[in-house]
Design a binder for this molecule. Structure first.
Ligand SMILES: Nc1ncnc2c1ncn2[C@@H]1O[C@H](COP(=O)(O)OP(=O)(O)OP(=O)(O)O)[C@@H](O)[C@H]1O
Length: 259
């Protein structure tokens, strides 16, 4: 089987700024207080993903999952190391990323499809299916700036899912969709997985990761903490142990996570 994504010792550094205004920065500098810090959102991460693998990307908030997806789809480049991918990449990383707030949903649909590499002919063929999948009704003609986060996710996912890609990336944008929409997305992603395309799926939901993925990468403060079987990854993250500090223990479904 051919290799789909290879990361070799990749590192991505970000700057954390503590102040927003000139005044705050000037005062902080005069007092000798630090105004920013650098940190590695991704640190020395290496992995190889074969074509057709469905990978779950898990980890606590801020562990670097979205950053890694952005590195995979090329929105960002690693500061160190190399990341290579094979074929066309599509997916939904940040809700509303790439949308123009003043344009309507349908205008954004066309623009987004073009940005993702869909030809005019391909879009003509798929337009009705995309509109039906987004199921936004008359809201499709309203400016996207007025959309709720769920409506933006619907539009973005509907376009992304209809792009013929070799690699599909899905961030936890699904979490903002309502239950019927999440079920529909999950079904589509299972279709993608079964069609032999490579899938990278970010999620905090053990149930959906177990259902969807054959392997899980766990990020811990930017480092790769675990790479292997989904069940073992969930155990590694202690997502399978009851939370004794909490009086109320909620199931995946009750939390509204992914599905
Ligand atoms: N453009 C940026 N500039 C500075 N820091 C950033 C930037 N983007 C992300 N970060 C920081 O990098 C770290 C990793 O963020 P990232 O969004 O990748 O985490 P995540 O694992 O996807 O989190 P979550 O589960 O909350 O979605 C966080 O500390 C975040 O604040």
């Amino acid at each position: 089987m051919a290799v789909s994504i290879v990361a070799e010792n990749i590192t991505k550094e970000f700057t954390l700024r503590y102040h927003r205004t000139f005044k705050e920065v000037t005062v902080a500098k005069a007092r000798g207080v630090k105004t920013s810090d650098k940190f590695n959102a991704i640190e020395d991460v290496s992995f190889k993903i074969e074509e057709g693998e469905s990978i779950g990307l898990m980890g606590l908030n801020g562990s670097g999952k979205s950053t890694l997806l952005k590195l995979i789809n090329g929105v960002m480049r690693p500061d160190e190391g190399t990341l290579l991918t094979r074929g066309r990449i599509a997916g939904l990383i940040a809700t509303g990323a790439g949308f123009h707030p003043q344009l309507s949903g349908s205008e954004n649909l066309v623009l987004n499809a073009a940005i993702l590499g869909m030809s005019e002919k391909e879009l003509k063929r798929k337009y009705d299916d995309i509109v039906a999948f987004a199921d936004l009704g008359r809201t499709l003609e309203a400016p996207v700036g007025h959309y709720s986060s769920g409506q933006r996710a619907r539009l973005g996912f509907a376009v992304a899912i209809h792009v013929d890609s070799d690699i599909f990336l899905a961030d936890e944008v699904l979490a903002v969709g309502d239950k019927p929409f999440r079920s529909k997305c999950m079904k589509k992603m299972l279709e993608i997985r079964d069609s032999g395309r490579t899938l990278v799926y970010v999620s905090h939901s053990p149930a959906s990761v177990e259902r969807m993925c054959s392997r899980v990468l766990v990020l811990e403060k930017g480092k790769l903490g675990f790479d292997g079987d989904p069940k073992a990854a969930i155990h590694y993250l202690e997502y399978d142990t009851p939370d004794t500090d909490n009086e109320v223990e909620l199931t995946d479904d009750e939390m509204g996570n992914d599905i």
